[in-house]
Design a protein around this ligand. Structure first.
Ligand code: SAH
Length: 374
């Protein structure tokens, strides 16, 4: 298979600047540059990150004229909800967003008894071209700005705080960069977003870095850069095959950075951060689900701080591939466990609204049959 890999995002108009693009210091500078008192920046932060205000009329501590100006300059509307789809009795909600330039992206909120996880997009589309992933099929449109990434979570946090998700008022506790896009291909915006998520409220959302997962195809130099930042986020590596021959096909960037290099980078990350690395492995019937591949994977990773997350493949439209047979999946788990490797099988929330892993493709024309539309 020839690997058509896009690294640089296409040149496009930039999304408008937003408070969430900026660090607390940069916010004060931006406000000062508008000839306002720097403490106004903290007020804006408190409204956006702390109180989750979206209507400027609620910012009553800001004089009306100042408010209008600062909101126009620093809190432009970035994402407009085009459609919500819900399933699992409302506990899973996928939102299709339209950005300032018409670009479409998706995010998913998943409420569990003990946590709320938001799955966010880091890019519109994706350039990694993995043949089993819906997002990969259309290629990369552009990177999302930091604030466009943050806004997906803030919108979910607002809905939860206002009791719009069944189960009562709540908070976002976990974030996974497992929506559209390859987060490490938009490194700086993603790292800035991590800071906005984890900075204590009201500078940020106050979500622990330990509850944030960055999932990557394995861009080795970028994993190294992330390691050097000494963050506490969890790293997930989308491996999907333990051998280069098959991985070259399933994750085409493997033609550039091989399994061994990706795993070495992952161990270095684990070493530095003292955090277990998660290996993502979508089980694809008769493609990568053989017991011998489980054994090979087990041999490669045993003894390392690792956890394997098996994902039953979510078939994408037109794909010839499907999920493994249940008995084969059980065998795969058994073979891995025989090496002493911790394994879990990911639940497949949101399947019926195409909101499950790898299904985010932002097709506005699709009309779901079984889900509610908002
Ligand atoms: N680009 C990043 C993050 C986005 S995808 C990455 O590749 O890790 C999040 C996870 O969903 C990845 O492990 C990805 O391989 C997996 N995935 C993609 N398509 C899938 C599908 N159709 N079924 C199951 N998992 C899929």
């Amino acid at each position: 298979m020839s690997a058509q890999l896009t690294f640089a995002a296409p040149r496009r108009a930039k999304p408008p600047r937003h408070l969430a693009d900026l660090s607390p210091d940069e916010r004060r500078e931006a406000v000062a540059a508008l000839d306002e008192k720097p403490f106004r920046a903290d007020q804006l932060s408190r409204h956006y990150f702390g109180r989750l205000v979206d209507d400027p009329a609620d910012m009553t501590d800001l004089p009306a004229a100042v408010r209008d100006r600062l909101v126009a300059e620093l809190m432009p509307s970035l994402l407009t909800s085009v459609r919500d789809q819900v399933c699992d009795e409302g506990m899973t909600r996928k939102t299709l967003w339209k950005a300032f330039d018409g670009t479409l992206i998706e995010s998913v909120l998943m409420r569990y008894p003990d946590r709320v996880t938001m799955c966010v997009s880091s890019q519109a589309g994706c350039g990694m071209n993995c043949p089993f992933c819906a997002t990969g099929q259309a290629g990369l449109t552009r990177n999302l700005s930091t604030a466009e990434i943050v806004e997906q979570v803030v919108a979910g946090a607002r809905a939860l705080a206002r009791g719009q998700i069944p189960g009562g008022a709540g908070r976002v506790s976990n974030i996974v960069f497992m929506g559209m896009g390859e987060p490490l291909a938009s490194f700086n915006n993603v790292v800035r977003a991590i800071h906005r998520f984890s900075d204590p409220s009201p500078a940020g959302l106050g979500i622990s870095q330990r509850n944030i997962t960055v999932s990557t195809v394995g861009l080795v130099p970028a994993i190294g850069r992330l390691t050097d930042l000494d963050l506490k986020v969890r790293l997930a590596v989308s491996l999907h095959a333990p051998d280069d021959e098959l991985r070259d096909e399933l994750v085409p960037i493997n033609t550039r950075w091989k399994v061994a290099e990706v795993l070495d980078a992952a161990w270095a990350y684990a070493d530095r951060t003292r955090r277990r690395v998660s290996i993502e492995y979508a089980l694809i019937r008769d493609i990568n689900d053989q017991a011998w591949r489980a054994d090979l994977l087990g041999r490669l990773i045993k003894g390392h701080p690792v956890h394997v997350n098996l994902i039953p493949l979510n078939p994408t439209p037109g794909s010839k591939w499907t999920a493994s047979r249940p008995t084969v999946q059980t065998e795969f788990v058994r073979h891995l466990e025989a090496h002493g490797v911790p394994v879990t099988v990911r639940d497949t929330r949101g399947q019926e609204i195409d909101g499950a892993c790898g299904q985010l493709a932002a097709m506005p024309q699709e009309t779901p049959l079984r889900s509610q539309q908002g």
